[in-house]
Design a protein around this ligand. Structure first.
Ligand SMILES: C[S@@+](CC[C@H](N)C(=O)[O-])C[C@H]1O[C@@H](n2cnc3c(N)ncnc32)[C@H](O)[C@@H]1O
Length: 244
């Protein structure tokens, strides 16, 4: 039988290119997305036994990116219950590489730390407790990054404009060319004004506005629009930043 792999990929590319003009599809995805976010959908999933506060669709695309980029270091700001660190570590394990994961969180609760340390994937994981914007944290992350070649960064900590913009300024420069800086929770921008009563972020003061400001001041990155078109359902639309 004829190998139609290239044809399959070409048809997919064309299909994704047409998504931007498909307002019915985009509007229904965004209506679903807003309702999901409102109802804390991203808190419903585990990866290899630990809660991962992500949309399943984002994890699938992260898998695609990790397979393609083959990072030897994935840095993540915001550990929470450890599921995303374990997810990245398990992807690197499947690659069969020596890749490592570095997680940073301002507050690593003892019970969460214990579960990560007891996990079979912990051999690939290192954690630093401290604010991502603290100069000592930045120095320690840079020291570790300088021992690696292909680096990917994920920002998923405090979601205010100022915090994410400062994280981008500090950590996006560590990303290797051809790799990604992924900014999570751009979804905040889709929600109505003043949706978040108990959070310092809101529409207009969000990871999405920080990305826009950063892309103005740094021309090394571009939004991977194809990823947005394939995902539709994602907490990070406009946040998959490809380093040229
Ligand atoms: C959305 S959760 C992270 C979810 C996690 N990445 C996952 O996918 O399961 C956000 C985390 O960021 C942490 N955080 C908040 N402010 C921070 C800061 N300034 N520096 C580092 N981490 C911070 C919080 O303690 C919290 O654990």
């Amino acid at each position: 039988m004829k190998d139609d792999h290239d044809q399959f990929l070409k048809a997919r590319k064309q299909r994704l290119q047409s998504v931007e003009g498909n307002s019915e599809l985009i509007d229904s995805a965004q209506a679903f997305l807003k309702q999901c976010h409102h109802d804390d959908y991203s808190y419903n999933f585990d990866w290899m036994g630990l809660p991962v506060i992500q949309y399943p669709q984002d994890l699938l695309v992260m898998q695609e990116i990790i397979w393609r980029v083959k990072p030897d270091l994935i840095i993540e700001m915001g550990i929470a219950r450890g599921g995303s660190l374990v997810f990245y570590a398990s992807m690197l394990e499947l690659l069969g590489s020596e890749g490592r994961v570095l997680g940073i969180d301002v507050d690593i609760r003892e019970h969460n730390k214990r579960r990560v340390l007891d996990h079979p994937m912990s051999k690939r994981i290192e954690m630093i407790e401290g604010s991502s914007l603290d100069s000592d944290t930045h120095r320690r992350v840079k020291e570790i990054a300088h021992q690696h070649q292909t680096i990917m960064v994920c920002l998923d900590s405090n979601h205010t404009h100022e915090h994410v913009l400062n994280e981008l300024r500090l950590y996006a420069p560590l990303v290797s060319s051809g790799s990604y800086c992924v900014v999570f929770d751009t979804i905040v921008e889709l929600m109505p004004d003043n949706h978040y009563q108990n959070r310092p972020w809101n529409k207009g003061n969000s990871p999405a506005t920080a990305v826009l400001s950063y892309l103005e001041e740094c021309k090394d990155f571009k939004v991977d629009v194809e990823v947005d078109c394939k995902l539709l359902i994602s907490a990070a639309l406009g946040g998959y930043l490809y380093k040229k």
